[in-house]
Ligand binder design. Sequence first.
Ligand code: HEC
Length: 130
Amino acid sequence: MKSSTVLKSVAAVALLGASLTAFAYDADWKRGRVYYRSVCTSCHTANPIGAINPSTKAKADWAGYLLNDKHAKGKETVTKYVSKEYRASIKATNKAAEKFADTPDKELMEDIKAFLLKGAKDGDSPASCS
Ligand code: HEC
């Protein structure tokens, strides 16, 4: 390997480390569960798709799904439905959206991820939607 390539890899690893430590947050899977059941699931059941139980996917599938951030066959992002903006738009009729109105997007996303991984079919406690 040329030394410039080595330097670039070292820089990339350092950057990755920095971005990981910049967001040290201890996810709250219970808050993720409330949000998933009250916001995500209530829309899925109102749509023909029906409830999507966390236990229908494996941990790796959920992690990949959230990382990809493509919701409803790529029509929009998952992030959109976790955003403060979306919560504000439904909080008049949705208690969870109202309760977590000021939670930072990134924290809420980590909470949902923690719940989905815990509830995955190979997770610590496979979960349904309700
Ligand atoms: C506004 C309604 C609505 C909300 C809110 C919503 N979804 Fe969905 N979701 C849908 C619909 C509709 C589909 C089915 C799309 C299709 O099959 O064409 C879907 C599909 C999915 C799927 C199946 C795979 C895919 O993307 O097609 C997953 C997983 C999913 N949603 C996760 C979530 C999560 C996690 C949240 C909350 C952060 C969420 N959804 C919030 C309407 C919603």
